[in-house]
Design a protein. Structure first.
Length: 67
């Protein structure tokens, strides 16, 4: 999350779910590292246990450099 400039990404979960992170303001990690919070513009959020993350991909179509 310290990438400058920030690059939007998607967190893929082991159950097939996804959490899209469009800006650095939409994601935080607890001090102990046991939860990743992804917040959404509608006020909802996902609290994700790191062990449930299967992979993270860069959202090329959201970072302004897509075709």
């Amino acid at each position: 999350m310290a990438e400058r400039p920030f690059v939007p990404f998607t967190i893929h979960l082991v159950d097939g779910g996804e959490a899209h992170v469009p800006t650095v303001d939409h994601v935080s990690v607890t001090a102990t590292g046991n939860r990743v919070f992804v917040s959404y513009d509608d006020g909802k959020y996902d609290a994700i246990r790191p062990l449930m993350i299967s992979r993270v991909t860069v959202d090329e179509n959201l970072n302004g450099s897509g075709s």
